[in-house]
Design a protein around this ligand. Structure first.
Ligand SMILES: Nc1nc2c(ncn2[C@@H]2O[C@H](COP(=O)(O)OP(=O)(O)O)[C@@H](O)[C@H]2O)c(=O)[nH]1
Ligand SMILES: [Mg+2]
Length: 433
């Protein structure tokens, strides 16, 4: 990959569409843009409606063309955007034409990589962009957008600057004899380090919820056989995904589906009913149910009006199904529904949504932590802990550990980067980004 190459790709979606946006990035595209548009001098960021012609003068398509002069572009290089009709034949013809101009197809994420090198984005912005392109629900959109627009980068930069300051300050203390230093200076530096430690620990404790927003909240429907778990699963989804029958032990495997509940992406699972069984296959299903329970962020525990809620753990949402078979609704904190007759299901979905809101605790406004940033934050946290626990008045040790912590944050931002980190981050992105 050469940063001096002129690259191009379709930046809009793939497949047939009304309009396709083809983006070109290169070091000096002014002359090419002038020829393409047939106008000198060009006004950058101005839209030109033109017949786009190939080198023989044949019209390829009617297009809107925009020229962005460096550094005021997505990549920081010169950029041309061609808005053509979205037909594959048009796009292919434009690509063929561009290839004759010594340009090549971009690799996935290559435009963003250029933006990163030009200082237009840090790695947390790139993570945010990747998450935004994947966003399926409104909450995911918000959380990703915040990260992409630099909200996360700001927090990380502030932490890193504080760490560099503490480390440099501690190192400077070494040059003075203790008698020349103000009283309590060591304690004051430690206090600052502790504050950073607690802020990072706080962010880390939200990882599970941040992950739930990004990957979806795991919700499992559990209960004994025949209480109506599969019926409820179908009623929530509004489709007949799981098999419903009055034969106990019908559901033997976990059936999962993704559903948008109040803007949250939910991975809803219907499980095998919990009971003693000698059936080998059903036993495997019940083991899987137990795994599902472990993984769940929220459990919906279903019983019927004939059952007593003995085995319901705290934190589980108690649902009493088959409410059509009883006139009494006297169990507190339970939600009465009839999956079969679609009674109370909307209420249940509302309750689930507010539970999710409680679990995620407004995490969409916090740092968007992914697997990469999680590991590096853990490193920063443990280095700060070392600084607090192990320095014992020794400025050298204090300075060193806090500097390691600053390095970890630098890696999150990409200020300190290795080829591996960059490759992993940019490869999340698709072609044309
Ligand atoms: N009366 C009544 N029967 C229901 C209701 N929901 C489910 N059932 C019946 O209960 C039986 C077991 O349902 P199913 O969803 O397979 O239960 P699961 O074993 O817990 O998954 C089926 O015969 C359903 O038709 C309900 O709300 N009212
Ligand atoms: Mg079932």
């Amino acid at each position: 990959m050469n940063n001096n190459d002129t690259i191009f790709a379709v930046s809009s979606g793939h497949g047939k569409s009304g309009v396709a946006v083809i983006r070109i990035s290169g070091n000096d595209l002014k002359n090419f843009a002038e020829k393409l548009i047939g106008c000198t001098p060009l006004v950058p960021r101005h839209t030109y409606f033109k017949n786009l012609c190939d080198e023989t003068g044949e019209i390829i398509d009617q297009c809107v063309i925009i020229y962005f002069a460096a550094p005021h572009s997505f990549t920081g290089t010169d950029v041309i955007e061609i808005h053509s009709h979205g037909a594959p034949a048009v796009i292919n013809k434009i690509f063929d034409f561009l290839k004759t101009k010594n340009m090549r197809l971009a690799t996935p994420g290559e435009f963003s990589r250029r933006a990163f090198y030009a200082g237009k984005m840090d790695l947390t912005d790139v993570d945010g962009l990747a998450a935004l392109l994947d966003a399926e629900t409104d909450i995911q959109r918000k959380s990703a957008l915040r990260s992409m627009m630099g909200g996360d980068g700001e927090t990380y930069n502030a932490w890193r600057n504080d760490m560099i300051e503490i480390s440099a300050y501690a190192a400077a203390m070494l040059d003075y004899s203790p008698d020349d230093l103000p009283a309590n200076i060591y304690e004051r530096v430690i206090e600052k380090t502790k504050k950073l430690y607690s802020e990072i620990s706080n962010a880390l404790s939200r990882y599970k919820t941040a992950r739930a927003i990004r990957g979806g909240v795991n919700i499992a429907i559990i209960g004994e056989t025949n209480v109506g778990k599969s019926s409820l699963f179908n009623a929530i989804l509004g489709t007949s995904r799981a098999i419903v029958s009055d034969i106990p032990g019908t559901t033997r495997d976990v059936v999962s589906a993704s559903v948008d509940m109040g803007g949250y992406l939910v991975n809803l699972s219907d499980t095998a009913g919990l009971r003693e069984t000698s059936d080998t296959v059903e036993k495997i299903g019940i083991d899987r149910t137990h795994d599902e329970i472990k993984n769940a962020d929220l459990i919906i525990h279903v019983i019927t009006p004939n059952d007593t809620p003995n085995n319901v753990s705290s934190g589980e949402l108690l649902v009493i199904n088959k409410c059509d078979t009883t006139n009494t609704q006297n169990i507190k904190n339970a939600i009465y529904v009839s999956a079969k007759n679609n009674i109370g299901v909307d209420e249940l979905v509302k309750t689930i949504t507010s539970k999710i809101r409680e679990i995620t605790d407004g995490s969409e406004s916090g740092l968007m932590i992914n697997a990469r940033t999680y590991e590096l934050l853990k490193t920063a946290q443990s280095e700060l802990e070392n600084a607090i626990e192990k320095s014992d008045g020794d400025y050298d040790i204090l300075s060193e550990h806090v500097r390691y912590a600053a390095d970890a944050i630098g890696k999150i931002l990409g200020t300190i980067s290795t080829a591996d980190i960059l490759d992993a981050t940019f490869s999340q992105l698709c072609l044309g980004k």
